[in-house]
Design a protein around this ligand. Structure first.
Ligand code: GDP
Ligand code: MG
Length: 439
């Protein structure tokens, strides 16, 4: 999806004047891109209609940068399509909060149950109880117990002989006695939606109205994920969606259609099999990731505006020839500081969605001051050849800058990483038309 849109964006970006014809051509591309990404057809039609209306409207034509304005509209509408705002977890004012996980077999319910418990404990400081209510799938209970052990979070299980409804009922009592403030019920799935399963889920739901019913769907299944979401929503009612396996090779269409079709928000996305691979879903960030390349362009524009061109050229040559030193690094840091909040800059980098935990990155400007202090405490030789750094040099630098050896180590590591990244970026700009994208 991203690739296709990016091509169009490149074309329209620099336009000083956007005619209705241009908008039409671009909308054709957007339409194709969305269809290729497996976005629901009805959703595509409405989306294109909305964007077109806004794009030929006066707000664009009057603007000084119509090309960018159109892209902004596409981004806005993508964000709206995915729900606009990030949707938080609804907690019960009278604990325990009950969260029920539902979905087809293999969607990732059990895995997500573990991940969610982990998030609830870490981020929300809660004391969750996991409930093994899938008595059908072989070893399903064991799977949850293993995750529980790994996370040191208790799992309530009664084996496979007790009915899921009874398990859930007793689990709720147990949670009260043990003062668990969140109960997450991992239910059974089937390969296809069937009535017996739906009845069972309805009965569990009827015990005590859950605060959240999270439907877990596999993003890799594209349109099917949307159909599944629709039928679960109609038959048992869901409050939110967890889209799993977004780390895989998905076309991403599900993320765009689910909200529009079910009117229920995507709350989290699964980005891997590990217990820390659950991310809060932010529609706006998702939209800018989809338009990834557009972001890189604006990043480079910002950089161009703030770094003096001569210097930029010099730096580029240094990256290329690998003679980029820590002195250059400090200079670069100062230029970067002028560009605005670093977190935003980081998110604009290509592949940023693949960097784990970037969502939680907070770049501390004070920290940058310390980094500068460390570099200023180095000798010329150390700055030019950081590989000569040994324990005693590091200790001296740490003392000189009022920091610690760990911080010095971290900086050296970051510097190496940055060098690698810069090398990649220069590689990229070289590949794609030097004129426009020089950094
Ligand atoms: P359930 O039948 O719905 O309970 O599904 P499981 O939790 O057992 O998950 C099925 C498979 O999908 C397991 O192998 C999981 O490790 C895998 N899985 C779940 N979520 C993700 C995810 O976000 N990314 C990836 N790559 N794999 C996942
Ligand atoms: Mg399961």
């Amino acid at each position: 999806l991203a690739e296709r849109l990016q091509g169009t964006i490149q074309k329209i970006k620099g336009k000083g004047l956007v005619t209705e014809q241009d908008v039409k051509a671009m909308m054709r591309e957007v339409r194709l891109a969305l269809i290729e990404a497996d976005v629901n057809l009805k959703v595509v039609k409405e989306f294109v209609k909305k964007v077109s209306e806004r794009a030929v409207g006066s707000e664009v034509m009057k603007s000084l940068t119509p090309g960018q304005q159109v892209i902004k509209i596409v981004q806005d509408e993508l964000t709206l399509l995915m729900g606009g705002e990030q949707s938080p977890i609804k907690f019960n004012t009278k604990p325990p909060t009950v969260i029920m996980m539902v979905g087809l077999q293999g969607a990732g319910k059990t895995t997500t149950t573990g991940k969610l418990a982990n998030v609830l404990r870490k981020k929300y400081n809660r004391k969750p109880l996991l409930v093994a209510a899938d008595i059908y799938r072989p070893a399903a209970i064991q799977q949850l117990e293993t995750l529980g052990k790994q996370l040191s979070i208790p799992v309530f299980a009664l084996g496979t002989e007790v009915s899921p409804v009874e398990i859930a009922r007793q689990a709720l009592e147990h949670a009260k006695e043990e003062h668990h403030d969140v109960v997450i019920i991992d239910t059974a799935g089937r390969l296809h939606i069937d009535e017996t399963l739906m009845d069972e889920l309805k009965n569990i739901k009827a015990l005590k109205e859950p605060d959240e019913v999270f439907l877990v769907v596999d993003a890799m299944t594209g349109q099917d994920a949307v159909n599944v979401a629709q039928s679960f929503n109609e038959t048992i009612g869901i409050t939110g969606v967890v889209l799993t396996k977004l780390d895989g090779d998905t076309r991403g269409g599900a993320a765009l259609s689910i909200r529009a079709v079910t009117e229920k928000p995507i709350k989290f996305v699964g980005m891997g099999e590990k217990m820390d691979a659950l991310e809060t879903f932010h529609p706006e960030r998702m939209a800018s990731r989809i338009l990834g390349m557009g972001d890189v362009l604006s990043l480079i524009e910002k950089a161009q505006a703030n770094v003096d061109m001569e210097k930029a050229k010099e730096l580029e040559e240094k990256f290329m020839s690998q003679s980029f030193t820590l002195d250059d690094f400090v200079e670069q840091l100062q230029a970067v500081k002028k560009m605005g909040p670093l977190e935003d800059m980081l998110k604009m980098l290509p592949g940023a969605n693949k960097i784990k935990g970037l969502d939680n990155v907070k770049v501390d400007e004070k920290h940058m001051g310390r980094v500068e202090a460390i570099i200023y405490s180095m000798t010329k030789a150390e700055k030019n050849h950081p590989e000569i750094m040994n324990a005693s040099r590091k200790k001296r630098i740490a003392q000189g800058s009022g920091t610690s050896v760990q911080e010095v180590n971290r900086l050296l590591k970051q510097f190496e990483d940055m060098k690698k990244m810069m090398k990649q970026m220069t590689g990229m700009t070289q590949g794609k038309g030097k004129k426009k994208m020089k950094l």
